[in-house]
Design a protein around this ligand. Structure first.
Ligand SMILES: Nc1ncnc2c1ncn2[C@@H]1O[C@H](COP(=O)(O)OP(=O)(O)OP(=O)(O)O)[C@@H](O)[C@H]1O
Ligand SMILES: [Mg+2]
Length: 234
């Protein structure tokens, strides 16, 4: 579904992605783990059209999307839930969700998506008229994921959905990720919480210093000595 080839992304003189190769098959949950500054957000932001790579290519469903802007990628079916939630504080829950569907025109489809998101996150339905800025951290994260789902994506890019959340909420978020996957949405999951990410995903990539250092089925990665030592602390 997605094929990333030899991707190089820079911030000025900083070479943040150094020849990254990665692929995602339809229906998979693929996790991307790595230390702070490894280049995880740079990679998803490049895939999601927010950053332009200097070289390399990104193909989605057989189409070269390397130079496609974020807005048009949303229309193609790629939706990014960025690190740090970034919900609009002074808009209500419902208004935030509505914004997620701005590339869609069909009112029936938008209604269907609202129903889907509210069924997935009943808390958001209860609080639909509440300002997003007054939601708890976990609720804001649910809103950010919900908003990404409102564009009816085929591929969902989740950048650190569990960051800063209490353990019981983290568990809930990972359960929801599995449910979203069962509903037919392919997922690229970026996580600091390597253990939960590996337990939730089919395959995984480890990113170190802008390069993929390890890849494979998550059940194998979780047994890797180096991964256990560095990322799992066991
Ligand atoms: N806007 C920017 N300008 C300059 N350098 C940047 C910028 N954003 C990120 N970088 C650098 O690029 C590298 C990769 O950063 P990135 O945010 O992709 O890491 P990450 O793996 O997502 O880390 P974290 O786990 O902390 O979110 C880091 O060295 C970082 O300092
Ligand atoms: Mg990051």
């Amino acid at each position: 579904m997605l094929i990333v080839k030899d991707l190089n992304t820079y911030y000025g003189a900083i070479h943040a992605l150094k020849g990254v190769n990665l692929s995602i098959n339809e229906g998979e949950i693929v996790s991307l783990i790595g230390s702070n500054g490894a280049g995880k957000s740079t990679l998803v932001n490049t895939i999601g059209g927010l950053l332009k790579p200097r070289s390399g290519s990104i193909e989605f469903e057989g189409k070269d999307i390397t130079k496609v802007e974020a807005y048009n990628l949303l229309k193609e079916g790629i939706s990014l839930s960025p690190e740090g939630r970034e919900v609009f504080d002074s808009l209500t829950v419902e208004e935030n969700l509505k914004l997620g569907s701005y590339t869609l025109k069909d009112a029936n489809k938008i209604n269907e998506l609202f129903n889907y998101v509210y069924q997935l996150f009943p808390k958001l339905k209860e609080r639909k008229n509440q300002y997003a800025g007054t939601l708890s951290g976990g609720e804001q994260q649910m809103l950010a994921i919900g908003r990404s789902l409102m564009s009816n994506p085929k591929l969902l890019l989740l950048d650190e959905p569990s960051l800063g959340l209490a353990p019981n909420i983290v568990a809930q978020i990972f359960e929801l990720i599995k449910e979203i996957s069962k509903n037919g949405i392919t997922i690229l999951l970026i996580e600091q919480n390597a253990f939960m990410a590996l337990k939730t995903s089919d395959r995984a990539y480890v990113l170190e210093n802008g390069k993929v250092s390890l890849e494979g089925p998550s059940e194998e990665i979780i047994e890797n000595d180096r991964v256990r030592e560095i990322y799992l602390g066991i």
